[in-house]
Design a protein around this ligand. Sequence first.
Ligand code: ZN
Ligand code: ZN
Length: 453
Amino acid sequence: MEEDGFILVPREGGECCWGYISSTNANEDDVSVEYLSEISDFIEGLTASLWPLNKFIHENPELAFQEHKAHEALTSFMRSWEDNWQVTPSAYGLETAWMAVYDSRRPGPSISFNAEMDALPNLGHACGHNLIATASVAAALATAEIVKRHDLAGRVVLFGTPGEEGWGGGKIRLLERGAYQGVDISLISHPGILHNSALVRTTAFARLEVEYFGRAAHAAKNPWMGVNALDALVISYNAVSALRQQTMPDDVIGMAITNGGGEATNIIHAYAACVCVIRARSAHRLKDLQEKVSACFRAGAEATGARVKITVTQGYRDHVPNRVLAASYAKYWHQLPDVPDPPMPPPSCGEEQPFTRIMSSTDQGNISYVMPSVNASFAIPPGPLAGQPHSPDFEIASGTEKAFLRALRVGKALAGTAVDVLTKPGLLDEIKRQWRRDMDAIKERGDLGAGLL
Ligand SMILES: [Zn+2]
Ligand SMILES: [Zn+2]
């Protein structure tokens, strides 16, 4: 088993649980429980005001970077908390990004939460980002409340992060514009129906737009004068199909022909285009896959004489979860009453791969390469068809009161994690040491992935 600084500790009922070595003792756990009951009571008190907000976002789905109604609703809600929350609408030059800061005005850890808001084309909130916003707003408010009541030092930052769906990378844009400067950790969650997990890895992702430029000619009279761009594309499509047999189990290649060169059968097609989306378990592995896929596209050009242009657009990195932060989240998840199914895997138990791997991508991955991050996965009660995210069934599931209550539970565990960082001496250093170990291990495996931020 990989050395990761965790130990197994027995739990009642014979299950094993886990905690970080340096600060697992009875007194600190007592303190954690005390904070948790305050956090829990505070968030319970928010139920009546957060439910309409959650419902409003769900019922008004907006696409990436067009989250105007959600932006207005969320910034108005945060402005209603007058005590020291500084709310910045349209933050960092992004119309639908926003930021709310609670500052104790005493130097200490700077804890951030990300609230996603965007929905999917034709599917509404089928990714449940209304629940992500709810959990993060609840967690940020509860953390600030504990800071205020206990006169803690530090800062709580809540970001409204637009444009996660597709490849817009709202968080990447915020990162590039300096929004996260001075922030120590980033916390977020994501709903699904399969997992409750604090140690979530997502896939790295890149998008290749491929164009072939040939030469038109009459297909019967003088085809030898032409260069067939559609043939180039078809050859590359088949080459990619053959490549799929030889890829790693976590590699995914999706292709769509976006321009077949027109409907004429008597003209050699001068232009054809496709889009290819590749996913892999790490940014490093993605670079390998990108090279192999690009070779297939060049092969089509080589075989036909067409010119190929490959445009690699911004990709998302894989999410690297911070184990020390995740231990804190798992501890609070289990301390809250009525632990829901499915069980949260105790990551250090057994010989199994300890991470929960989710075959989708998020720009929180890019955040995790800049600072310690948790992207907790939580299961909501499924819809009638048990549809997963990005299905009409999940759109229904993410709008229910039961899903909302699950998001509040997540908000409590996220707030507990934040309060641990604010109150436990040395914990932030330990979190950062783990992050540096993770980043060093990635560097040892190779570079960070060309074409990726
Ligand atoms: Zn999604
Ligand atoms: Zn999502």
